[in-house]
Design a binder for this molecule. Structure first.
Ligand code: GLC
Length: 710
């Protein structure tokens, strides 16, 4: 292979560049790049195709053009489903169910392989704490421990979830690193983090994916402490390749190398390419700096052709892993697509995931809807839409079950009264006529179900918001409908936590449906009518007000904490004049149709020897009137440390299902490993001293028992 052919093998173009010559031109921060026929013939991989037929056509044409007949690798953002869509990752985080996560990814892999895709650009494991950022929908939340478990589960699901290896696809963990800490919740910006914060909170989930054997990693768009993560030597060469020993394939994000220029880091495209190559990036997505800089880098001694060959080897090994040299069409099959897409088996997986992801925030005795109910109002601008998420790949909203459809399937459409109620626009004002029509639909109905929140495109990439409360139109509608129907239930679609302080008292019941996917409406109806119960818990804190963002449970105590969270202002304490400090609904919170209480935690000992363990026990009781499931959570607090530790850190959880009135003792073993952190001396170890232990039903709650690590 010539050097140019090698560099093109390391270049990834969208499928349109390969099928439509007019699009074989990239425009972007460095201006146009016109590829020659020969260069296009040597491209190594492509992204964003749709379907087996297209894949086979592209591959066939490519093999006829490429002088070495090296098959293309096909990649896609299969983040929460390919065509049968499961809930967004933030909703999957709410399930606290890694085996369900794995099952969903395996299903997505089957459909992707049938469509001719070999690599997904997932999991996205960025730790997220700022709900203004649209991409929190793509993460599994604010907790490093949960994110690590979900990171591993997604890699297992995509790469090993199916017995037939040909149904599995490569995963690509992203966005390395710390994209979730983007300044002010905006995309493509600056991240400033100490090494301690990085290693303690932001890096573990990427490491978890690598330890799970992820095939690929994607760098990010953000700066980290002033240096682009797309070419960050410390992050990539020292930590990723060095400390962690990652020898998989690194891909950039979409033209992120040329964006180094726009960031103000490099002056020339040459330097963008040089830095990308020096930081062992193997594939450049949708920019051409490798092509422009590669030969010059070798000529000027920045790297050797052997370095290029290392990247080439990683790319060819990945193609070999997927058997493309023997069968360049992989598992692509229109027949298999028809069999798998929207199949009842796949729908059932998505339905279960949706039911287990939705969170009941408030229920003042209104839910579940009584059996035999025959007259229901379904109101809202999102009531009839199929709510799939931002990264729904080949999914189609019109194929997803709406809340209206789901509810109609239970009570009969003839028993449903519908009204739009208001606009769903981001700053919609109330419309009196629409409100009047909604009130008319609600009056006399046994229940009024409002379906509100965010449209699909109000979260996801580049969809940040400065206000995460409900728009005025929706707040007005809630108040108006609740005034005429005491059984008003608010169902909220959202890709992010919402600030609900202004509305939470205006209706007796609220549930978060997230962006639930193909079976969302059925899941909503099954939960509302009590055919199944709520089991999900919040993977991200829900603030009172946007002004509290970023807000997260695993924060430190401060030097002057408020004496109590009673809404009063305590001067000279760490607090706000106009809001409580903590969230309206904390991480780990969620209700179900029964009630649970948890007793005090007891410890097997008040001392832990080095290498030893302590067992924490507590009794959880179902004090309600029906069987139900709760999530018992274990948190620890290292009381005094060389770097101040969070008030609580999740270290374990378990679902506990109990009959009405049943009580059960649960126990967690606490080991020295669970107490380790990156200390001031740079070690990763547990420091002697006092630890608090919480066994609770949500963060920011529970009474601690303490032990001393010797
Ligand atoms: C986007 C996203 C990234 C995605 C890629 C390809 O800009 O940042 O997550 O995988 O481009 O679509």
């Amino acid at each position: 292979m010539t050097l140019e052919e090698k560099l093109m093998q390391m270049t990834q173009l969208i499928a349109a560049c390969l099928t439509d010559r007019a699009q074989a031109t990239i425009t972007g921060p460095t201006g146009r790049v016109d590829f020659t026929e020969a260069q296009i013939a040597s491209v190594g991989s492509t992204l964003n195709l749709i379907g087996a037929a297209e894949m086979k056509a592209i591959q066939k044409a490519h093999l006829e053009r490429d002088p070495h007949a090296i098959p293309l690798l096909f990649m896609m953002d299969v983040i929460h489903g390919y065509r049968t869509i499961y809930p967004i990752p933030l909703a999957m985080g709410a399930t606290f169910d890694t085996s369900l996560m794995e099952k969903c990814c395996a299903m997505a892999a089957r459909e992707s392989a049938a469509a001719g895709v070999q690599v997904t650009f997932g999991p996205m494991v960025d730790l997220v704490r700022d709900a203004r950022w649209g991409r929190v929908m793509e993460s599994t939340g604010e907790d490093p421990y949960l994110n690590c478990l979900m990171s591993r589960a997604q890699v297992r699901g995509f790469q090993h979830g199916n017995e037939d290896e040909s149904d599995n696809i490569s995963a690509c963990v992203k966005h390395y690193a710390a994209y979730g800490a983007a300044e002010a919740g905006r995309d493509y910006t600056e991240v400033n983090l100490s090494e301690h914060a990085l290693r303690e909170f932001y890096l573990p989930a990427y490491r978890a994916a690598i330890d799970e054997g992820v095939d690929m990693l994607m760098t990010a768009f953000n700066l980290l402490n002033g240096i682009p993560t797309a070419g960050h030597k410390w992050l990539i060469n020292d930590i990723l390749r060095g400390e962690w020993g990652f020898d998989g394939t690194i891909i950039t994000d979409y033209s992120s190398l040329v964006q180094m220029k726009t960031h103000g880091y490099t002056e020339t495209a040459f330097d963008c390419g040089r830095i990308g190559l020096e930081t062992t990036t193997d594939i450049e997505m949708m920019s051409a700096t490798f092509l422009e800089a590669g030969a010059e880098c070798i000529k000027r001694g920045y790297l050797t052709e052997a370095d290029i060959d290392k990247s080439l080897r990683r790319i060819l090994d990945l193609k070999e892993k997927h058997g493309l040299f023997d069968n360049p069409y992989g598992k692509a099959s229109e027949e298999l697509e028809d069999k798998l897409f929207l199949s009842e088996e796949h729908r059932a997986i998505c339905r279960t995931a949706a039911e287990k992801s939705m969170v009941l925030l408030k229920n003042d005795g209104v839910l579940p809807i009584k059996d035999g109910t025959k007259n229901v109002a379904v109101i809202g601008p999102l009531a009839k839409c199929g709510m799939i998420g931002f990264w729904s790949c080949a999914g189609r909203a019109e194929e997803a079950v709406s809340a209206y459809d789901g509810i109609s399937a239970i009570v009969g459409e003839e028993n449903v009264r519908y009204a739009v109620g208001c606009s769903s626009a981001v700053r919609a004002a109330a419309d009196p006529d629409m409100i009047a029509a909604a009130k008319e639909a609600a009056e006399g109905a046994e229940y009024a179900i409002l379906v509100l929140g965010e449209e699909r495109e109000m979260s996801g990439e580049s969809n940040s918001k400065t206000d995460i409360s409900l728009p005025e139109a929706q707040r007005e509608l809630i108040r108006a409908v609740s005034a005429v129907n005491k059984n008003t239930v608010v169902v909220l679609y959202t890709g992010r936590p919402l600030a609900l302080a202004d509305v939470i008292d205006d209706a007796p019941a609220y549930m978060i449906a997230w962006q639930p996917g193909t079976e969302g409406g059925t899941a909503i109806a099954n939960l509302l009518f009590g055919k199944c119960d709520f089991t999900a818990r919040l993977p991200m804190s829900f603030p009172y007000y946007t002004g509290q963002c970023p807000i997260f449970y695993n924060r430190t105590r401060t030097g002057r904490p408020k004496p109590k969270n009673d809404g009063k202002h305590y001067i000279y304490t760490s607090s706000y004049l106009d809001s409580p400090v903590g969230p309206l609904f904390p991480f780990g919170y969620g209700l179900s149709y029964t009630r649970f209480e948890i007793g005090e935690v007891s410890l097997s000992s008040d001392k832990m020897a080095r290498g030893g363990s302590v067992t924490a026990k507590a009794t959880v009781k179902n004090t309600g009137s029906r069987r139900g499931t709760t999530l018992v959570q274990l948190y620890i607090n290292d009381r005094f440390a060389s770097i101040v530790r969070p008030m609580q850190e999740l270290r374990g959880f378990m679902h506990v299902e109990l009959d009405a009135g049943e009580a059960r003792e649960v126990s967690f073993e606490i080991t020295e490993d669970m107490l380790k952190f990156h200390t001031a001396s740079g070690e990763y170890s547990a420091e002697s001293g006092e630890f608090g232990v919480y066994v609770a039903l949500s963060a920011e709650s529970g009474k601690a028992a303490t032990f001393v690590l010797e």
